[in-house]
Design a protein around this ligand. Sequence first.
Ligand code: SF4
Length: 478
Amino acid sequence: MRDFEANGLSGAEETKLQYEYIEKAKKYVSQKEKELGRKLTCYVKTFGCQMNARDSEKLLGILNEIGYVETEDEHADFVIYNTCTVRENANNKVYGRLGYLSNYKKKNPHMMIALCGCMMQEPEVVEKIRKSYRFVNLIFGTHNIYKFAELLCRSMESDSMIVDIWKDTDKIVEDLPVQRKYSFKSGVNIMFGCNNFCSYCIVPYVRGRERSREPKDIIREIESLVADGVCEVMLLGQNVNSYGKNLEHPVTFAELLREVNKIEGLKRIRFMTSHPKDLSDDLILAMKECDKVCKHMHLPLQSGSSRLLKIMNRHYDKEQYLALVKKLREAIPDIALTTDIIVGFPGETEEDFNETLDVVKQVQYDSAFTFIYSKRTGTPAAAMKNQVDPDEVKRHFDILLKEVQEISAKKAKELEGRVMEVLAEEQNIQDASLITGRLSNNSVVHFPGTPDMIGKFYMVRLTECRGFYYLGEIVEDA
Ligand code: SF4
Protein backbone atom coordinates (compact mmCIF):
# COMPACT_ATOMS: atom_id res chain seq x y z
CA MET A 1 0.00 0.00 0.00
CA ARG A 2 1.38 3.43 -0.86
CA ASP A 3 0.62 7.09 -0.33
CA PHE A 4 -1.76 8.40 -2.93
CA GLU A 5 -0.31 9.68 -6.15
CA ALA A 6 -0.34 13.45 -5.90
CA ASN A 7 0.19 13.89 -9.64
CA GLY A 8 -0.63 17.56 -9.37
CA LEU A 9 -3.61 17.25 -11.70
CA SER A 10 -6.88 18.93 -10.80
CA GLY A 11 -10.04 16.86 -10.73
CA ALA A 12 -11.00 18.07 -14.20
CA GLU A 13 -7.52 17.36 -15.60
CA GLU A 14 -7.64 13.87 -14.10
CA THR A 15 -11.02 13.29 -15.77
CA LYS A 16 -9.48 14.30 -19.11
CA LEU A 17 -6.50 12.00 -18.52
CA GLN A 18 -8.74 9.03 -17.73
CA TYR A 19 -10.71 9.57 -20.95
CA GLU A 20 -7.39 9.38 -22.81
CA TYR A 21 -6.76 5.99 -21.18
CA ILE A 22 -10.29 4.92 -22.12
CA GLU A 23 -9.43 5.69 -25.75
CA LYS A 24 -6.17 3.72 -25.40
CA ALA A 25 -7.92 0.71 -23.85
CA LYS A 26 -10.55 0.82 -26.60
CA LYS A 27 -7.78 0.06 -29.11
CA TYR A 28 -6.59 -2.97 -27.10
CA VAL A 29 -10.14 -4.27 -26.89
CA SER A 30 -10.92 -3.88 -30.59
CA GLN A 31 -7.61 -5.63 -31.38
CA LYS A 32 -8.66 -8.57 -29.17
CA GLU A 33 -12.11 -8.61 -30.79
CA LYS A 34 -10.50 -9.06 -34.20
CA GLU A 35 -8.38 -11.96 -32.85
CA LEU A 36 -11.40 -13.68 -31.27
CA GLY A 37 -13.87 -12.65 -33.98
CA ARG A 38 -16.44 -11.51 -31.44
CA LYS A 39 -17.25 -8.78 -28.87
CA LEU A 40 -15.49 -9.06 -25.51
CA THR A 41 -17.67 -9.65 -22.49
CA CYS A 42 -17.40 -8.45 -18.90
CA TYR A 43 -18.92 -9.31 -15.53
CA VAL A 44 -18.97 -7.02 -12.47
CA LYS A 45 -19.76 -8.76 -9.17
CA THR A 46 -20.65 -6.47 -6.27
CA PHE A 47 -20.33 -7.46 -2.63
CA GLY A 48 -21.53 -5.30 0.25
CA CYS A 49 -23.27 -1.93 0.55
CA GLN A 50 -24.93 0.64 -1.70
CA MET A 51 -21.67 2.59 -1.85
CA ASN A 52 -20.11 -0.45 -3.51
CA ALA A 53 -23.12 -0.86 -5.80
CA ARG A 54 -22.62 2.72 -6.99
CA ASP A 55 -18.88 2.14 -7.50
CA SER A 56 -19.71 -0.93 -9.60
CA GLU A 57 -21.91 1.23 -11.84
CA LYS A 58 -18.80 3.37 -12.43
CA LEU A 59 -16.66 0.29 -13.21
CA LEU A 60 -19.29 -0.95 -15.66
CA GLY A 61 -19.60 2.49 -17.23
CA ILE A 62 -15.87 2.48 -18.05
CA LEU A 63 -15.93 -1.15 -19.28
CA ASN A 64 -18.87 -0.38 -21.59
CA GLU A 65 -17.13 2.76 -22.86
CA ILE A 66 -14.05 0.66 -23.65
CA GLY A 67 -16.12 -1.81 -25.61
CA TYR A 68 -16.93 -4.69 -23.26
CA VAL A 69 -20.46 -6.11 -23.27
CA GLU A 70 -21.91 -7.03 -19.87
CA THR A 71 -22.81 -10.69 -19.19
CA GLU A 72 -24.85 -12.30 -16.41
CA ASP A 73 -22.12 -14.59 -15.00
CA GLU A 74 -18.40 -15.15 -14.54
CA HIS A 75 -17.93 -16.88 -17.91
CA ALA A 76 -16.63 -13.63 -19.34
CA ASP A 77 -13.43 -12.20 -20.85
CA PHE A 78 -13.11 -9.70 -18.00
CA VAL A 79 -14.35 -10.40 -14.45
CA ILE A 80 -14.06 -7.91 -11.61
CA TYR A 81 -15.08 -8.45 -7.98
CA ASN A 82 -15.91 -5.26 -6.10
CA THR A 83 -15.33 -6.59 -2.62
CA CYS A 84 -16.60 -5.86 0.91
CA THR A 85 -14.84 -6.53 4.21
CA VAL A 86 -17.37 -5.37 6.78
CA ARG A 87 -17.71 -8.94 8.12
CA GLU A 88 -15.28 -11.89 8.11
CA ASN A 89 -17.46 -14.11 5.89
CA ALA A 90 -17.44 -11.48 3.11
CA ASN A 91 -13.74 -12.24 2.57
CA ASN A 92 -14.29 -16.00 2.50
CA LYS A 93 -16.90 -15.66 -0.22
CA VAL A 94 -14.36 -13.95 -2.51
CA TYR A 95 -11.67 -16.58 -1.93
CA GLY A 96 -14.26 -19.25 -2.74
CA ARG A 97 -15.20 -17.60 -6.05
CA LEU A 98 -11.55 -17.08 -7.00
CA GLY A 99 -11.00 -20.80 -6.68
CA TYR A 100 -13.75 -21.41 -9.24
CA LEU A 101 -12.37 -18.71 -11.57
CA SER A 102 -8.87 -20.17 -11.67
CA ASN A 103 -10.19 -23.35 -13.35
CA TYR A 104 -12.20 -21.34 -15.87
CA LYS A 105 -9.18 -19.17 -16.67
CA LYS A 106 -7.05 -22.26 -17.36
CA LYS A 107 -9.43 -22.97 -20.27
CA ASN A 108 -9.58 -19.24 -21.29
CA PRO A 109 -6.02 -17.91 -20.79
CA HIS A 110 -6.79 -14.49 -22.33
CA MET A 111 -9.37 -13.90 -19.60
CA MET A 112 -8.61 -11.02 -17.21
CA ILE A 113 -9.53 -11.04 -13.49
CA ALA A 114 -9.54 -7.94 -11.29
CA LEU A 115 -10.26 -7.28 -7.62
CA CYS A 116 -11.12 -3.96 -5.99
CA GLY A 117 -13.13 -2.56 -3.10
CA CYS A 118 -12.72 -2.51 0.68
CA MET A 119 -11.20 -5.99 1.13
CA MET A 120 -8.24 -4.95 -1.05
CA GLN A 121 -7.35 -2.19 1.41
CA GLU A 122 -6.22 -4.89 3.88
CA PRO A 123 -2.47 -5.59 3.36
CA GLU A 124 -2.72 -9.20 4.57
CA VAL A 125 -5.42 -9.87 1.97
CA VAL A 126 -3.29 -8.51 -0.88
CA GLU A 127 -0.33 -10.61 0.31
CA LYS A 128 -2.54 -13.71 0.34
CA ILE A 129 -3.73 -13.03 -3.23
CA ARG A 130 -0.18 -12.33 -4.46
CA LYS A 131 0.88 -15.73 -3.07
CA SER A 132 -2.14 -18.00 -3.58
CA TYR A 133 -4.07 -16.45 -6.49
CA ARG A 134 -1.30 -15.50 -8.92
CA PHE A 135 -3.72 -15.71 -11.89
CA VAL A 136 -5.37 -12.43 -10.79
CA ASN A 137 -4.34 -9.65 -13.21
CA LEU A 138 -5.25 -6.47 -11.38
CA ILE A 139 -5.81 -5.35 -7.77
CA PHE A 140 -6.75 -1.84 -6.73
CA GLY A 141 -8.53 -0.25 -3.78
CA THR A 142 -11.26 2.18 -2.82
CA HIS A 143 -9.26 5.40 -3.25
CA ASN A 144 -8.13 5.06 -6.86
CA ILE A 145 -11.25 3.62 -8.48
CA TYR A 146 -11.26 6.64 -10.83
CA LYS A 147 -7.96 5.36 -12.24
CA PHE A 148 -9.65 2.16 -13.46
CA ALA A 149 -9.12 2.85 -17.18
CA GLU A 150 -5.45 3.70 -16.59
CA LEU A 151 -4.93 0.57 -14.47
CA LEU A 152 -6.67 -1.55 -17.11
CA CYS A 153 -4.23 -0.27 -19.75
CA ARG A 154 -1.27 -1.08 -17.51
CA SER A 155 -2.69 -4.55 -16.93
CA MET A 156 -3.34 -5.15 -20.65
CA GLU A 157 0.30 -4.15 -21.35
CA SER A 158 1.76 -6.40 -18.62
CA ASP A 159 2.05 -10.19 -18.07
CA SER A 160 2.40 -9.83 -14.31
CA MET A 161 -0.11 -8.87 -11.62
CA ILE A 162 -0.69 -5.10 -11.29
CA VAL A 163 -1.28 -4.04 -7.65
CA ASP A 164 -2.08 -0.39 -6.85
CA ILE A 165 -3.52 0.28 -3.41
CA TRP A 166 -3.48 3.74 -1.88
CA LYS A 167 -3.57 4.59 1.83
CA ASP A 168 -5.89 7.52 1.17
CA THR A 169 -6.57 10.18 -1.43
CA ASP A 170 -7.42 13.86 -1.61
CA LYS A 171 -9.12 13.77 -4.96
CA ILE A 172 -12.74 13.45 -6.04
CA VAL A 173 -12.88 12.95 -9.82
CA GLU A 174 -16.17 13.78 -11.52
CA ASP A 175 -17.88 13.01 -14.83
CA LEU A 176 -16.45 9.58 -15.62
CA PRO A 177 -18.74 7.10 -17.44
CA VAL A 178 -21.41 5.37 -15.32
CA GLN A 179 -23.74 2.50 -16.25
CA ARG A 180 -26.80 2.67 -13.98
CA LYS A 181 -28.58 -0.54 -12.96
CA TYR A 182 -31.98 1.22 -12.96
CA SER A 183 -33.20 3.73 -15.56
CA PHE A 184 -35.51 5.56 -13.13
CA LYS A 185 -33.49 5.69 -9.91
CA SER A 186 -29.86 6.17 -8.99
CA GLY A 187 -27.47 6.28 -6.08
CA VAL A 188 -25.55 9.57 -5.83
CA ASN A 189 -22.38 9.73 -3.76
CA ILE A 190 -22.33 12.92 -1.69
CA MET A 191 -19.28 12.03 0.40
CA PHE A 192 -16.67 9.32 0.88
CA GLY A 193 -14.95 7.88 3.95
CA CYS A 194 -15.73 8.09 7.66
CA ASN A 195 -14.12 9.81 10.66
CA ASN A 196 -16.12 8.09 13.39
CA PHE A 197 -13.96 5.04 14.17
CA CYS A 198 -16.68 3.01 15.87
CA SER A 199 -14.56 0.45 17.68
CA TYR A 200 -15.97 -2.61 15.82
CA CYS A 201 -15.88 -1.10 12.32
CA ILE A 202 -13.27 -1.58 9.60
CA VAL A 203 -14.73 1.09 7.25
CA PRO A 204 -12.61 4.09 8.34
CA TYR A 205 -9.47 1.99 7.73
CA VAL A 206 -10.52 0.95 4.20
CA ARG A 207 -12.52 4.00 3.01
CA GLY A 208 -10.33 6.73 4.53
CA ARG A 209 -11.19 10.16 5.94
CA GLU A 210 -14.40 11.99 5.14
CA ARG A 211 -14.37 13.93 1.84
CA SER A 212 -17.53 15.66 0.64
CA ARG A 213 -18.32 16.46 -3.01
CA GLU A 214 -19.03 20.08 -3.89
CA PRO A 215 -22.78 20.76 -3.70
CA LYS A 216 -22.75 22.21 -7.24
CA ASP A 217 -21.32 18.93 -8.60
CA ILE A 218 -23.98 16.92 -6.75
CA ILE A 219 -26.79 19.19 -8.01
CA ARG A 220 -25.38 19.09 -11.56
CA GLU A 221 -25.21 15.28 -11.45
CA ILE A 222 -28.79 14.96 -10.18
CA GLU A 223 -30.08 17.44 -12.78
CA SER A 224 -28.48 15.36 -15.54
CA LEU A 225 -29.87 12.16 -14.01
CA VAL A 226 -33.37 13.68 -13.98
CA ALA A 227 -32.91 14.77 -17.60
CA ASP A 228 -32.03 11.13 -18.29
CA GLY A 229 -35.27 9.82 -16.77
CA VAL A 230 -34.39 9.40 -13.09
CA CYS A 231 -37.17 10.29 -10.63
CA GLU A 232 -35.63 8.97 -7.38
CA VAL A 233 -32.14 9.45 -5.95
CA MET A 234 -30.43 7.81 -2.95
CA LEU A 235 -27.87 10.21 -1.47
CA LEU A 236 -24.99 8.01 -0.33
CA GLY A 237 -22.33 8.34 2.35
CA GLN A 238 -21.02 6.36 5.31
CA ASN A 239 -22.43 9.18 7.47
CA VAL A 240 -24.41 11.65 5.34
CA ASN A 241 -25.29 13.71 8.44
CA SER A 242 -21.71 15.03 8.56
CA TYR A 243 -21.74 16.03 4.91
CA GLY A 244 -19.90 19.19 3.95
CA LYS A 245 -17.65 19.64 6.97
CA ASN A 246 -14.41 19.42 4.97
CA LEU A 247 -15.55 21.72 2.15
CA GLU A 248 -13.78 25.04 1.62
CA HIS A 249 -17.21 26.63 2.09
CA PRO A 250 -18.93 24.20 4.48
CA VAL A 251 -22.53 23.29 3.68
CA THR A 252 -24.70 21.19 6.01
CA PHE A 253 -26.58 18.09 4.90
CA ALA A 254 -29.84 19.92 5.72
CA GLU A 255 -28.87 22.72 3.32
CA LEU A 256 -27.92 20.23 0.62
CA LEU A 257 -31.26 18.43 1.02
CA ARG A 258 -33.12 21.72 0.54
CA GLU A 259 -31.16 22.40 -2.67
CA VAL A 260 -31.76 18.90 -4.05
CA ASN A 261 -35.45 19.26 -3.18
CA LYS A 262 -35.67 22.22 -5.60
CA ILE A 263 -34.70 20.13 -8.64
CA GLU A 264 -37.57 20.07 -11.15
CA GLY A 265 -38.69 16.61 -12.23
CA LEU A 266 -37.16 14.82 -9.24
CA LYS A 267 -39.88 13.03 -7.26
CA ARG A 268 -38.19 11.19 -4.40
CA ILE A 269 -35.08 11.72 -2.27
CA ARG A 270 -33.69 8.96 -0.06
CA PHE A 271 -30.42 8.97 1.86
CA MET A 272 -28.19 6.64 3.87
CA THR A 273 -26.50 6.19 6.23
CA SER A 274 -27.22 8.60 9.11
CA HIS A 275 -25.22 8.63 12.33
CA PRO A 276 -27.37 9.58 15.36
CA LYS A 277 -24.62 11.81 16.80
CA ASP A 278 -24.94 14.18 13.81
CA LEU A 279 -28.75 14.17 13.48
CA SER A 280 -29.44 17.87 13.96
CA ASP A 281 -32.72 19.73 14.52
CA ASP A 282 -32.00 21.48 11.22
CA LEU A 283 -31.88 18.16 9.42
CA ILE A 284 -35.13 16.96 10.98
CA LEU A 285 -36.80 20.25 9.97
CA ALA A 286 -35.44 19.94 6.41
CA MET A 287 -36.77 16.36 6.19
CA LYS A 288 -40.17 17.66 7.34
CA GLU A 289 -40.30 20.62 4.96
CA CYS A 290 -38.78 19.02 1.83
CA ASP A 291 -41.76 17.39 0.09
CA LYS A 292 -39.56 15.02 -1.96
CA VAL A 293 -37.73 13.52 1.03
CA CYS A 294 -39.14 10.03 1.60
CA LYS A 295 -40.80 9.12 4.87
CA HIS A 296 -38.05 6.76 5.92
CA MET A 297 -34.92 7.10 7.98
CA HIS A 298 -32.32 4.43 8.63
CA LEU A 299 -30.85 5.31 12.04
CA PRO A 300 -28.38 2.64 13.27
CA LEU A 301 -28.64 2.02 17.02
CA GLN A 302 -26.07 -0.81 17.25
CA SER A 303 -26.78 -1.25 20.99
CA GLY A 304 -29.31 0.06 23.55
CA SER A 305 -26.78 -0.11 26.38
CA SER A 306 -25.18 3.26 27.13
CA ARG A 307 -22.24 1.37 28.68
CA LEU A 308 -21.63 -0.54 25.44
CA LEU A 309 -22.28 2.49 23.23
CA LYS A 310 -19.38 4.18 25.01
CA ILE A 311 -17.06 1.22 24.35
CA MET A 312 -18.30 1.16 20.74
CA ASN A 313 -17.24 4.84 20.49
CA ARG A 314 -20.71 5.80 19.15
CA HIS A 315 -20.90 9.25 20.83
CA TYR A 316 -24.49 8.97 22.01
CA ASP A 317 -26.24 7.11 24.80
CA LYS A 318 -29.61 5.38 25.15
CA GLU A 319 -31.47 8.48 26.33
CA GLN A 320 -30.04 10.69 23.57
CA TYR A 321 -31.02 8.15 20.91
CA LEU A 322 -34.58 7.88 22.26
CA ALA A 323 -34.84 11.68 22.40
CA LEU A 324 -33.86 11.87 18.71
CA VAL A 325 -36.54 9.32 17.80
CA LYS A 326 -39.11 11.34 19.77
CA LYS A 327 -38.12 14.54 17.90
CA LEU A 328 -38.27 12.75 14.53
CA ARG A 329 -41.74 11.35 15.22
CA GLU A 330 -43.06 14.71 16.47
CA ALA A 331 -41.84 16.38 13.28
CA ILE A 332 -42.79 13.56 10.85
CA PRO A 333 -45.47 11.36 12.54
CA ASP A 334 -45.69 8.81 9.69
CA ILE A 335 -41.93 8.36 9.27
CA ALA A 336 -40.70 4.75 9.01
CA LEU A 337 -37.66 4.00 11.17
CA THR A 338 -35.23 1.21 10.48
CA THR A 339 -31.96 0.41 12.19
CA ASP A 340 -28.86 -1.78 12.57
CA ILE A 341 -28.21 -3.72 15.80
CA ILE A 342 -25.12 -5.73 16.78
CA VAL A 343 -25.53 -8.67 19.19
CA GLY A 344 -22.53 -10.13 20.99
CA PHE A 345 -20.22 -7.10 21.07
CA PRO A 346 -17.27 -7.96 23.37
CA GLY A 347 -18.32 -7.77 27.02
CA GLU A 348 -22.06 -7.65 26.30
CA THR A 349 -23.93 -8.75 29.46
CA GLU A 350 -27.52 -9.92 29.92
CA GLU A 351 -28.26 -6.45 31.27
CA ASP A 352 -26.75 -4.77 28.19
CA PHE A 353 -28.83 -6.99 25.93
CA ASN A 354 -32.00 -6.15 27.86
CA GLU A 355 -31.25 -2.47 27.31
CA THR A 356 -31.17 -3.15 23.56
CA LEU A 357 -34.47 -5.04 23.75
CA ASP A 358 -35.95 -2.14 25.71
CA VAL A 359 -35.04 0.38 23.01
CA VAL A 360 -36.50 -1.92 20.33
CA LYS A 361 -39.75 -2.13 22.31
CA GLN A 362 -39.86 1.64 22.87
CA VAL A 363 -38.97 2.70 19.30
CA GLN A 364 -41.08 0.07 17.52
CA TYR A 365 -38.90 -0.09 14.37
CA ASP A 366 -40.53 -0.76 11.01
CA SER A 367 -37.63 -3.15 10.45
CA ALA A 368 -34.15 -3.80 11.74
CA PHE A 369 -30.99 -5.40 10.38
CA THR A 370 -29.64 -7.56 13.19
CA PHE A 371 -26.06 -8.78 13.10
CA ILE A 372 -23.95 -11.09 15.21
CA TYR A 373 -20.73 -9.27 16.11
CA SER A 374 -17.94 -10.12 13.61
CA LYS A 375 -14.37 -9.64 14.81
CA ARG A 376 -12.54 -7.47 12.25
CA THR A 377 -8.74 -7.61 12.49
CA GLY A 378 -7.33 -4.12 12.91
CA THR A 379 -10.31 -2.71 14.84
CA PRO A 380 -10.03 -1.89 18.57
CA ALA A 381 -12.88 -4.28 19.40
CA ALA A 382 -10.98 -7.20 17.83
CA ALA A 383 -8.35 -6.85 20.55
CA MET A 384 -10.90 -6.79 23.38
CA LYS A 385 -10.53 -9.76 25.70
CA ASN A 386 -14.09 -10.50 26.78
CA GLN A 387 -15.49 -11.97 23.56
CA VAL A 388 -19.00 -13.30 24.36
CA ASP A 389 -19.85 -17.07 24.42
CA PRO A 390 -21.25 -17.93 20.93
CA ASP A 391 -24.21 -19.91 22.37
CA GLU A 392 -25.17 -16.93 24.51
CA VAL A 393 -24.88 -14.66 21.47
CA LYS A 394 -27.10 -17.00 19.43
CA ARG A 395 -29.70 -17.12 22.21
CA HIS A 396 -29.79 -13.32 22.40
CA PHE A 397 -29.86 -13.02 18.60
CA ASP A 398 -32.91 -15.28 18.32
CA ILE A 399 -34.77 -13.35 21.05
CA LEU A 400 -34.02 -10.04 19.34
CA LEU A 401 -34.97 -11.27 15.87
CA LYS A 402 -38.32 -12.57 17.14
CA GLU A 403 -39.08 -9.24 18.85
CA VAL A 404 -38.09 -7.18 15.82
CA GLN A 405 -40.10 -9.32 13.40
CA GLU A 406 -43.25 -9.27 15.58
CA ILE A 407 -43.10 -5.48 15.81
CA SER A 408 -42.41 -5.09 12.05
CA ALA A 409 -45.37 -7.29 11.13
CA LYS A 410 -47.67 -5.45 13.55
CA LYS A 411 -46.59 -2.06 12.21
CA ALA A 412 -46.92 -3.14 8.58
CA LYS A 413 -50.46 -4.35 9.30
CA GLU A 414 -51.48 -0.80 10.30
CA LEU A 415 -51.31 0.34 6.65
CA GLU A 416 -53.45 -2.51 5.26
CA GLY A 417 -56.38 -1.13 3.23
CA ARG A 418 -54.75 2.28 2.71
CA VAL A 419 -54.28 3.76 -0.78
CA MET A 420 -50.68 4.94 -1.10
CA GLU A 421 -48.28 6.15 -3.77
CA VAL A 422 -45.99 3.45 -5.14
CA LEU A 423 -43.01 3.73 -7.49
CA ALA A 424 -43.09 0.69 -9.81
CA GLU A 425 -39.54 -0.72 -9.74
CA GLU A 426 -39.35 -4.15 -11.42
CA GLN A 427 -41.22 -7.20 -12.63
CA ASN A 428 -41.79 -9.64 -9.76
CA ILE A 429 -39.15 -12.40 -9.87
CA GLN A 430 -41.53 -15.20 -8.82
CA ASP A 431 -44.66 -14.03 -10.67
CA ALA A 432 -44.27 -12.15 -13.98
CA SER A 433 -47.89 -10.93 -13.81
CA LEU A 434 -46.94 -8.81 -10.80
CA ILE A 435 -44.96 -5.58 -10.58
CA THR A 436 -42.87 -4.86 -7.46
CA GLY A 437 -42.71 -1.31 -6.19
CA ARG A 438 -41.92 0.74 -3.09
CA LEU A 439 -43.85 3.11 -0.86
CA SER A 440 -42.24 6.34 0.33
CA ASN A 441 -41.56 4.54 3.65
CA ASN A 442 -39.48 1.99 1.67
CA SER A 443 -41.93 -0.90 2.12
CA VAL A 444 -42.35 -3.32 -0.80
CA VAL A 445 -45.67 -3.76 -2.63
CA HIS A 446 -46.52 -6.35 -5.32
CA PHE A 447 -49.46 -5.53 -7.60
CA PRO A 448 -50.79 -6.76 -10.97
CA GLY A 449 -49.13 -4.89 -13.81
CA THR A 450 -46.95 -4.90 -16.87
CA PRO A 451 -43.24 -4.00 -17.42
CA ASP A 452 -44.12 -0.71 -19.17
CA MET A 453 -45.22 0.55 -15.74
CA ILE A 454 -41.66 0.40 -14.35
CA GLY A 455 -40.33 3.81 -13.34
CA LYS A 456 -43.81 5.33 -12.96
CA PHE A 457 -45.91 6.20 -9.90
CA TYR A 458 -49.31 4.69 -9.12
CA MET A 459 -51.85 5.01 -6.32
CA VAL A 460 -52.17 1.47 -4.99
CA ARG A 461 -54.61 0.05 -2.43
CA LEU A 462 -52.70 -2.20 0.00
CA THR A 463 -55.17 -5.07 -0.09
CA GLU A 464 -53.18 -7.50 2.05
CA CYS A 465 -50.23 -7.28 4.41
CA ARG A 466 -47.90 -10.29 4.22
CA GLY A 467 -45.62 -9.59 7.18
CA PHE A 468 -43.02 -7.19 5.75
CA TYR A 469 -44.56 -6.58 2.31
CA TYR A 470 -47.94 -5.91 0.77
CA LEU A 471 -50.10 -7.16 -2.04
CA GLY A 472 -52.01 -4.40 -3.74
CA GLU A 473 -54.12 -3.24 -6.66
CA ILE A 474 -53.81 -0.07 -8.71
CA VAL A 475 -56.51 2.50 -7.94
CA GLU A 476 -55.24 5.16 -10.38
CA ASP A 477 -52.12 6.69 -11.88
CA ALA A 478 -50.36 8.96 -9.29
S1 SF4 B 1 -20.14 5.52 11.35
FE1 SF4 B 1 -19.15 3.90 12.50
S2 SF4 B 1 -20.16 2.04 11.76
FE2 SF4 B 1 -20.58 3.63 10.26
S3 SF4 B 1 -18.98 3.45 8.71
FE3 SF4 B 1 -18.29 4.96 10.21
S4 SF4 B 1 -17.06 3.81 11.69
FE4 SF4 B 1 -18.29 2.35 10.54
